[in-house]
Ligand binder design. Sequence first.
Ligand SMILES: Nc1ncnc2c1ncn2[C@@H]1O[C@H](COP(=O)(O)OP(=O)(O)OP(=O)(O)O)[C@@H](O)[C@H]1O
Ligand SMILES: [Mg+2]
Length: 489
Amino acid sequence: MKRKTLSKGKRSSAYTKRQRKSFNIMVKGSLANHLTVQLDQVSLNLPLQSAKPSRFQKLIESEAHSESVPLDFDHEADAADEKDFILSQDFFCTPDYITPEMPAMQNNLDWDKISQATLLGNRDIFMNFCDFLIACYYLRPSSHGLLIHFLLIHVCIFLSDANLATLSTNIGHKELELANDTFGTYERKTEKSVEMKKNQSYVSQSAVALRCRVMPPPCLKNPYLKDATEFDADPFGNQRSKCAGFSPAGIGGEGLSRYRTDFHEIEKIGNGNFSHVFKALKRIDGCMYAVKHSMRQLHQDTERRKALMEVQALAALGTHENIVGYYSSWFENEQLYIQLELCDHSLSMNKPPKLSTEGEALKAMHQIAKALQFIHERGIAHLDVKPENIYVKSGVYKLGDFGCATLLNKTLPIEEGDARYMPQEILNDNYDHLDKVDIFSLGAAIYELVRGSSLPESGPHFLNLREGKLPLLPSHSLPFQNLLKVLNF
Ligand SMILES: Nc1ncnc2c1ncn2[C@@H]1O[C@H](COP(=O)(O)OP(=O)(O)OP(=O)(O)O)[C@@H](O)[C@H]1O
Ligand SMILES: [Mg+2]
């Protein structure tokens, strides 16, 4: 069903007679009576394409005659309406048996101004009207509740995206937030290009975003924190999983995108097995970041939780000069986005520069060893130390890609990294000394980088390395070679 957008001054479309009648039948009680009187004057911006009563209208009418009139839904129309309405519970993510604390009612509404505002599109007064509706919603006697829901859904249609951002903030926390319009013309262009598609849905992506803002996602326990608080005993889990889980499907994609809103993408800087990584300018602070997002959509809760382990490990660790900085993460379009410190490059074997001098190799080894000491002290093992995961920024070496990070005490699942850098014991499923695994991997990575040729994935050379039998490196000092041998125990 298409949504008509009327320009300012042309919002005078009124209800059909049938719609007015349903409202009059519907409204009961003093608050509602007051509203009825006003609704006779107020013309909301209802879509008028279909004279046929919608499922929602039928529902309202049936509510008015609830004792006697059975619901007689037209199944064809129902199917068409299915996507048109988000009914109360789903929309507000609030189970009926929970009565939220009633917000302070705003008594200073001037109804004449409201009707004028609705007709003429006066945003401020209209927003006050919305506040009033929200307050009514919280009162929630059932018939009023339905009325208010109905009105709120139309409020969503009435408002532009920018208004919705403000409205949703009003509903949730009554706090100020930058509206979408502050974000430059670039977004406007992209949003315009998807406007047509968005309009095909009666409940827009914005409405879904609004819905998810009303009830925030659950707080997850961070397993990498020693004294993690048990936040995830979530009494609203069932409701939230439907509408405001930590992966709200439908947000993002071609609709609202936190990535597009907050960042201006510069270029792609890398591909992993699971992720694309982009260099992106953060609009609000003007700094460059690496934004990594999963290649495919993570539909299952289990795969989302697994992907989240990387950010949970990074967040639990905090900052260290030799660990790639972590800033933020979020789900969008069922993909996990991670905002990271932007590094100059990684020590990938496939591209220069490698570690050209012994001094540089010692520096890299020392700095990554400091990173490993830091994470091991916090009970975490990296399990994927290799050249590709050692980054360089302004001459400083940093350990990155915590996708395999686990706990030293083996209380989390263990997924070993690249076999070329794994010691024999882990290949034999012996996970008793995961910290030593990281040290072995560091030695193997540095050895590979100074030698300048890739490590074998199997064969005699592979086995020799695991027994500490390193072929001589003629251009390097004996102490340095002995150090590498020690790392490869
Ligand atoms: N913080 C960063 N700064 C600069 N480039 C980065 C950064 N993070 C990742 N990259 C680039 O993106 C590539 C892929 O990143 P990453 O290894 O984290 O992806 P992945 O899919 O999680 O990992 P993998 O395939 O190694 O399991 C890296 O090899 C690197 O070139
Ligand atoms: Mg990697």
